[in-house]
Design a protein around this ligand. Structure first.
Ligand code: SF4
Length: 391
């Protein structure tokens, strides 16, 4: 048994976890409140290793925000703009396709596309965008839209949510994004995102997508006005839906970024808070295969440490990120494939390039083993060739 757990007040929770018993909400709150980060991390690492062995994954992807115009004005949002704002933007479909074409040269396997709730674009625009991207490369996985965007599109299309999702799926949508979950508790939600969809609506969009055979990620925005009990409540609702549908691939905890918005919080979550949140999520969400350490919000250094606190994935190359950076994130805009591999290898894990569904595309053995390569020798084009050969 891990030295830290042996001496810890969390020993009873560790015993439950080892016995394969589900931990309770009260246990989760105790885990959030403990000051014994070493023991907490050791329990989370036990769960991670049991689920994912020695592998840690990343994805070669590109973000595209098609527009930041939005009819809503969520208090915590630093991204949205009105048509009158000088720094609003909107990409045409040919511009989006061109960004995708350029990114394909870098070996991307996924486009992650979200935007605001645009005031005037018709539903057909979004369908055409998906079709145009699939025409560019049918193997490119399209992970698009948050739950509130789906509700907006359903409203535009004058169709039910399930009909809207089915039409988007037919046009090429592979996965929903997990964005927009924020914190589910009503009081917190109305303080930071008044007018946005309710927790029930968020969960129901994902439920209906899962029932269509789709998969998605989900998120939790932490470190603003919520309490630790609110975080447990949020995780509880995600765990319950996962019991029902098994459609979530991963939880992506999102560290709140405090700049350029109306929330009275001046600092982002500390490293301590982020590590405990990732660790508790890993232990509590026993029905989730993966926990992602989102380097955009954490910084790559902390994301790397999170691999020893329950995370088994460090997300993607991203290339161009707006939402967190407009809220003050100081991380770079992109990571190279080589940097991600290096960060994973340093932790002793085997890097795995994954696809949108967290399935392995390529396992990169240790540099000292046959087939192992130094990150600097890995050209993007080589990975692209490999992807194309195995697709
Ligand atoms: S969080 Fe989304 S829905 Fe809310 S204002 Fe920002 S872009 Fe619009």
């Amino acid at each position: 048994m891990n030295f830290f757990i042996q001496r810890s007040e969390l020993r009873d929770i560790y015993d439950k976890v080892v016995a394969g018993e589900r931990i309770s909400d009260a246990d989760a709150l105790r885990l959030f409140e403990t000051k014994d980060l070493n023991a907490l991390g050791a329990i989370a690492d036990f769960v991670r290793a049991k689920k994912n062995g020695n592998r840690a994954s990343f994805i070669i992807n590109r973000y595209i925000n098609y527009s930041n115009y939005c009819i809503l004005s969520c208090e915590f949002c630093s991204f949205s703009r009105k048509k009158r704002d000088a720094d609003g933007f909107e990409l045409t479909i040919p511009q989006i396709v061109e960004k995708a074409r350029e990114a394909l040269k870098l070996g991307i396997t996924e486009l992650h596309i979200v935007g605001g709730l645009h005031p005037s674009l018709p539903f057909s625009h979004y369908v055409e965008m998906l079709k145009a991207l699939k025409t560019l490369d049918a193997r490119l996985q399209l992970k698009c839209f948050t739950a509130i965007e789906i509700l907006h599109l359903a409203w535009l299309a004058k169709k039910s949510v399930v009909e809207t999702l089915a039409e988007l799926k037919a046009a090429g949508l592979d996965s929903l994004t997990g964005g927009g979950a924020e914190i589910f508790r009503k009081e917190v939600r109305s303080a930071i995102a008044k007018g946005k969809e309710s927790a029930e609506e968020y969960l129901d969009v994902h439920r209906q997508w899962h029932q269509l055979g789709g998969r998605s990620t989900c998120t939790m925005l932490y470190g603003h006005v919520e309490s630790l009990a609110d975080r447990v409540d949020h995780l509880r609702q995600l765990r319950a839906l996962q019991d029902e549908t098994h459609g979530f691939t991963a939880l992506i905890p999102l560290a709140y970024q405090p700049e350029n918005n109306d929330i009275p919080v001046t600092t982002p979550p500390t490293g301590y808070d982020s590590l405990r949140t990732i660790a508790v999520s890993r232990i509590y969400l026993d029905n989730f295969p993966h926990i992602t350490a989102y380097w955009i919000g954490l910084g790559m250094k902390l994301a790397q440490v999170a691999l020893s606190y329950g995370a088994d994935d460090i997300h993607g190359t991203i290339i161009e990120e707006h939402i967190f950076h407009m809220a003050g994130a100081t991380s770079p805009q992109l990571q190279t494939e080589a940097d991600m591999i290096k960060a994973i290898r340093e932790t002793g894990r085997t890097p795995v390039q994954r696809n949108t569904f967290y399935e392995p595309i390529k396992i990169l053995p240790d540099i000292n083993q046959a087939g192992g390569e130094a990150p600097e020798n890995l050209a993007h084009s080589k990975v692209l060739e490999d992807n194309l050969a195995t697709a």
